[in-house]
Design a protein around this ligand. Structure first.
Ligand SMILES: [Fe+2]
Ligand SMILES: [Fe+2]
Length: 143
């Protein structure tokens, strides 16, 4: 199954640029996986699954951020630097999660997951719904 089709995005998250929307769908899907992992009471050790989600997030940042940054550069977007800073902050948060997972235990795995999930939910709302959607609108308005 195409991972982007697992999590239907509501209209306010759609930028209208098919590649970016498809990649954003991957982030929704990964966030969904993290949510399901947190809720899964039958699974005792969540280490491997959490690492898998983090690997997926890493791959997502590599493909999506470069595609989105190319899109902004080609359009000579005037808020590029600010946007790059936000993308870098996401990568730093992933580095932090990798570091936390290197010290994971049964006692702290759920709190690591909860904090990561909070960050991803906030990113979906603040970054994709606001920053990315507004960026595409601004670029289209300038054309
Ligand atoms: Fe972005
Ligand atoms: Fe994005």
């Amino acid at each position: 199954m195409d991972s982007s089709s697992v999590y239907p995005m509501s209209d306010q998250y759609i930028t209208g640029v098919p590649l970016l929307d498809e990649q954003h769908g991957q982030l929704y899907s990964l966030t969904d996986q993290a949510r399901n992992l947190l809720k899964d009471e039958n699974m005792l050790y969540k280490f491997d699954e959490l690492k898998e989600i983090l690997n997926g997030l890493r791959t997502y940042t590599l493909s999506h951020f470069s595609a989105e940054e190319d899109f902004m550069k080609k359009a000579s977007y005037n808020q590029l630097e600010e946007h790059l800073k936000l993308h870098r902050s996401f990568i730093e948060r992933l580095n932090q999660a990798d570091e936390e997972v290197s010290r994971i235990s049964l006692g702290n795995q759920d709190s690591i997951l909860i904090e990561l999930l909070d960050y991803l939910n906030e990113w979906l709302l603040q970054h994709i719904q606001n920053v990315d959607v507004e960026m595409v609108k601004a670029i289209e308005a300038a054309c």
